[in-house]
Design a protein around this ligand. Sequence first.
Ligand code: BTN
Length: 258
Amino acid sequence: MTDLISAPDIPWPWAFPGRQDRIHYFPRTGSTMDDARRLADRGCPHMTVVIAGVQTKGRGRMDRTWASDDGGLYFTMVIKPEGVVRPAEAVKFNFMASLALAETIREECRVDARVKWPNDLMVEGRKLSGMLSEMEAPDGVIDYVNIGIGLNVNNDPPAIDPPPVSLRSLTGRSFSRIRILGLFLDRFEALLQNRPDFAAVMTGWKKYAGSLNREVTIVTLRETLHGFAEDVDGQGALVLRLADGTRRTVCCGDCFYG
Ligand code: BTN
């Protein structure tokens, strides 16, 4: 399939049958997280998706920037849960999204994509994709959760340490970002509609987990911890066994192998 994201003269939202009215594409924008927040605050529908060709202010987790050159896939989904969903439950959507992305990439691109806590995708121990989520929950009830994903597809990821990978650098082939995104959105939405509980999501996620049952180093904004990653608990926190045998749960941070 032609990579329509590279061809702005084509009415490309029509490449997503059934989603046309909820797809917003910007050839160049600051951050799809900011665009999605603006749309969500104006009452856009559930599963509105903002896609960027290039981001000039791409944001990563823990106050980092996310390099967003042409060739990568950069998008944010606006999720509006039905009924009363508490902020503590939002983490389930992140794990659902990383599970759906891992399955999409494994099937479509035939690479051994593994999930790394909390929500990165790794191949051969190198980062392929990252995820950022933000939510709005006035009065303790979620109004929306925005999940932003950056996937290295046909771009050259930045030369940082440890060096990331792209689908092209792994396989020597180029991939249609439109096709990957369409397959991912269908898979993610089907998972959402099944309304699995957190345990069921984690059973699926753990099948592809590369960051459990191994030594890891966790870097949070306050400290660095080294230990054995035993599990992810019911709140999505990493359960770490430290060298002195004590257990620590870590709710957010960066995870490095070794
Ligand atoms: C990370 O691993 O640090 C998370 C990276 C998330 C990047 C995506 S790209 C689409 C969306 N827009 C942003 O500015 N960030 C997210």
